[in-house]
Design a protein around this ligand. Structure first.
Ligand code: BV8
Ligand code: ZN
Length: 229
């Protein structure tokens, strides 16, 4: 990684696990026995917006009490060492913890849990309120939803375009704390590999991406990433 000119890091929920944030598919990831795939969809929000909002309010409440961990901080240090243009951080996480640790060149593939968007007029703004009693509304009267990408929704055009370009140009990619099941995020690792990048995985367990890795570092991101500095 040290010698690489264009390093790309692709992260998932596992990089926030040590901050105390439940992962999607690990234990503790369920809420009222719903799986994320059942709640993070436009259909679920249409059917029962308050139920979906209670899940997000639960997650935002947890997130408002956590801090970036050593893994987030190490990635921020690496960006400082390599310069933002030599280090792109592509994250599937919506928690904002990479930015909280000081990373600046961050592509949020799935949006941010801290931004809300009006379903009617699409006005969007930062919002950090927790303990909501009812669904927040826009000045225009429309319901506000979390500005995250739900299953079946397109990723933000400019973000996925930048991510695909960075993955294609990378000479080094590290895939950290993702189960590698969600698309198109997981395909970015394949794209980097196909375009000649040296790819490394950091995960506590094997994933569908393990087979394409040049090196797999089995362990916790908070323990392994600081060793890279
Ligand atoms: C799209 C935002 C299409 C919301 C998220 C088949 C059927 C139906 C759909 C599909 C299908 N095949 C593909 C699809 C498409 C679908 C998809 O991929 N489904 C999967 C489930 C099969 N994808 C989509 O719908 C995407 N959109 O394709 O649009 C389209 C095309 C044209 C026109 C219109 C539409 C949108 C996907 C985005 C969904 N939104 N989140 C929210 O957060 O509320 S995805 C959600 O999962 C999170 O973003 C999360 O980041 C992501 C991936 O999960 P991970 O981050 O990997 O987390 P996970 O818990 O799974 O794993 C944690 C890992 O960390 C584990 O490996 C664990 O071992 C490891 N770990 C744990 N602790 C540590 C650790 N590692 C290191 N250290 C530790 N301490
Ligand atoms: Zn509105």
């Amino acid at each position: 990684m040290k010698g690489s000119l264009r390093a790309v890091f692709l992260t998932g929920a596992g990089v926030s696990a040590e901050s105390g944030v439940p992962t999607f598919r690990g234990e503790g990831g369920l809420w009222r026995n719903f799986r994320p795939e059942e709640l993070a969809t436009p259909g679920a929000f249409k059917k029962d917006p308050w139920l979906v909002w209670q899940w997000y309010d639960w997650r935002r409440k947890i997130l408002s009490g956590v801090r970036p961990n050593a893994g987030h901080r190490a990635l921020s240090e690496i960006e400082k060492e390599k310069g933002a243009e030599g280090c792109t951080l592509i994250t599937q996480n919506v928690d904002g913890l990479h930015q909280g640790a000081g990373s600046t060149n961050v592509l949020e593939l799935h949006g941010s849990i801290w931004r809300l968007r009006c379903v009617l007029c699409a006005a969007a703004a930062e919002n950090r309120e927790v303990g909501l009693e009812e669904i927040p509304r826009c000045a225009c009267g429309g319901l506000l939803r979390p500005a995250v990408v739900w299953f079946g929704e397109q990723l933000p055009e400019e973000v996925i375009t930048a991510a695909v370009e960075a993955a294609g140009k990378a000479d080094f990619m590290m895939v950290i704390g993702t189960s590698g099941v969600v698309q198109p995020a997981a395909s970015l690792a394949v794209r980097a590999k196909e375009n000649g990048a040296y790819v490394v995985e950091v995960n506590t367990e094997a994933t569908p991406l393990t087979s394409i890795m040049d090196v797999t570092l089995q362990g916790r991101a908070g323990d392994i990433l600081p060793l890279l500095l």
